[in-house]
Write a protein that binds this ligand. Sequence first.
Ligand code: NAD
Length: 420
Amino acid sequence: MKGQLLNDPVFGMAAGQFDRVADFLNLDQSVRERCKWPKRILTFSLPVHMDDGRTEVFFGYRVQHHLSRGPVKGGLRFHPKVNVGEVAALAMWMNWKCSLMGLPYGGGKGGITCDPNKLSMTEQERLTRRFAQEITPFIGPEIDVMAPDVGTNAQHMAWILDTYSTHTGRFVPEIVTGKPIELQGSEGRIQATGHGVSFLATRALNKLGLPVQGATVIVQGYGNVGSYAVETMSAYGMKVQGISDITGAIWNENGLDAEKLRAHVAQTGGVAGFESAESIDPDEMLLRECDVLVPAALERVITESNAPNLRCKILAEAANGPTTQPADAIIEERGDIFLIPDILCNAGGVTVSYFEWVQNLQRFHWTKTEVLTKLETKLEKAFENLLGFCDRHKCGTRLGALATGIKNVARVKKTRGLFP
Ligand code: NAD
């Protein structure tokens, strides 16, 4: 059966969203098929010397969804549950996201099935370098450009840059984004995704006629995206009352202190045990009343069982694919939650990755203010365009965002034609 390899609930969810939008757009069959299926699905077995002298073989994946509008762009994930179907779904969402934001990229995603919490830094370095070495023939600044995602960070990008540069015999900073500043990473990249989520949350509050000052917030996930969303929203005067991560969930009715929390997590590895907060149940936290609920961890956490009981006014999808399709239908039916869909909500990351790539290609360096101002301009335009589209077509923001992204890709494929 076609697509058997990708038999996975997360891919099923992305493909189901695509089918719904393709029907809405009335896409003709030839373009529909070409837009849906990934161009390349790469699988690597990665033998690595472990610290205890054993050799362990890991599996790594890279899915390049399509290359019709430019190189593919997307993160590299380290997580025990990574599989090829999930990676393909994430690549597909990246695709529509880049198109929605008007970036000259197709979507890509990579992942290695591993638990980074159980690997030493030297093991992570050997694993990352092995993956970079295996994938070198299939990537390049004009073909496929990686960035951090769940379980990876700027250091992993530095190892990929170094491995790729060593193989090609020259310094190639434009092979990855989200790398350290001293290796020509961009100012503002580390906070870009969380900054974008926060900026869009304020725009949604404005749209609903609610004040930004004092708006209450709950955030699931305190990694790169969640932690910078917390910091930015706190700086805007919003009140972040609840935060969870894999170590537990914490609550302070008067708002959690963002600066102190970062120091606590740096010291202890998680939000649990933060002194000026009470510990609460992480699942119950999602159901508490708030202005803005921010899922910033993994996929499929807003489901048909919790969607009817959500008490937020705005659902800002910082994670990729946090809401299942049945939950989506419930939220649409309820009509009392303003949804900022993932492909717009977390697009700050890829947008500043694009800025980083452009700066690298030009050997130029912009200031943080320049970067974040350009980011806000792009997000503002995409947000306004989306609201206009939804108004004209009388549809929800999920459908509107996906339709805009998919429509642009379909148009490019049709214009380029089919080779041979
Ligand atoms: P990360 O690895 O830095 O952080 C993930 C966080 O989620 C950690 O705090 C972890 O403890 C927490 N977490 C995991 N399982 C959880 C659970 N069941 N309940 C509560 N918390 C849980 O990852 P990240 O880079 O912040 O990415 C988070 C999400 O944002 C992912 O969906 C990713 O694809 C998406 N995203 C990331 C970027 C980026 O620039 N890093 C850009 C766009 C989208």
